[in-house]
Design a protein. Structure first.
Length: 289
């Protein structure tokens, strides 16, 4: 029987599900000033909040190089596995290019590594990874897992709503005027992955964010109305427990997925968006792929 290993980078934010599903993970680097950390190993979102709010240092993520990826893949290919690997969007990070370079070298040595640009981030990647795990458990060959996964990439609905523009502004991802206007007029922007890029999805006016979150959920479910019912992810950064419970209740009222999974976002989303960011993510293809 064909030996298959499903792998991804740490930006997939699957947390305990990485180990639970025996997923191979290669972490990104996270830099705070002149200090380098390994995502998910020796840095947490709380460290990032402290860096920004206390020390005034914005985090930066950094990709692994092709040699890192080659060594990562070889631990599986040397043992006879075919690898199917999922990367954070190529338009956000160099992780995919490094993975492809390593896979090409290994192919010349007779190993098989399929690399997939998820065109997504956070659990948008994780949805594709878990879908591949499902297929592997059903006995689908590696090449077919790769082909079907490619078909699903553009169907992943990855979006989130931001509570504060501070992190985007300090990270140089929006202008001071845009940040000021959003704060002055209580605007909560929502962002969405579109062909691998982060773009503005909508803008909501809300003092506390509660109305913005409900409207965001309604808008997403209305526009992306052909979900694979297998799983929905509710992902968030640090958020008030009362608010979290309100969101859980609202999602239960509004959705009917087989499983709703709740995850805390990791370093990538935290670095870009800061606290009280949340999103719902699912594959919008009706489960046919």
């Amino acid at each position: 029987m064909e030996k298959i290993k499903i792998t991804c980078d740490s930006a997939a934010d699957l947390n305990a599900l990485f180990e639970e599903n025996n997923i191979g993970v290669i972490p990104l680097y996270v830099n705070l000033g002149d200090k380098e950390f390994i995502d998910g190993v020796n840095i947490t979102p709380e460290d990032i909040y402290k860096s920004v709010e206390v020390d005034g240092i914005m985090p930066k993520t950094a990709a692994r190089n092709p040699q890192d990826f080659k060594e990562f893949f070889k631990q599986y290919t040397d043992d006879g596995y075919k690898v199917v690997h999922f990367s954070i969007s190529d338009k956000i990070s160099l992780m995919h290019k490094s993975a492809c370079a390593a896979a090409k070298e290994l192919a010349e040595e007779g190993a098989t590594v399929y690399t997939i640009d998820s065109k997504s981030l956070c659990v948008g990647i994780g949805l594709l990874v878990l879908s591949a795990i499902d297929m592997m458990k059903e006995g689908v060959p590696a090449e077919e897992i790769y082909r079907r996964s490619l078909n699903r990439v553009d169907k992943v609905q990855t979006s989130f709503v931001i509570n504060t523009m501070e992190y985007l502004y300090k990270g140089g991802r929006c202008s001071g005027l845009a940040a000021f206007a959003a704060t002055r007029f209580k605007i909560k922007p929502s962002l969405i992955m579109d062909n691998g890029e982060i773009v503005v999805y909508n803008k909501y006016m809300s003092n506390t964010g509660r109305r913005a979150i409900r409207k965001y959920i309604d808008d997403v479910l209305k526009q992306f109305d052909n979900p694979d019912p297998k799983r929905l992810f509710f992902v968030h950064t640090k958020m008030d427990e009362e608010m979290l419970e309100e969101i859980r209740v609202y999602l239960k009222k509004k959705t009917n997925f087989d499983v709703t999974l709740e995850n805390i976002a990791g370093s990538t989303i935290t670095s870009h968006c800061g606290p009280a960011t949340m999103g719902i993510m699912y594959i919008n293809d009706g489960g046919v792929y």
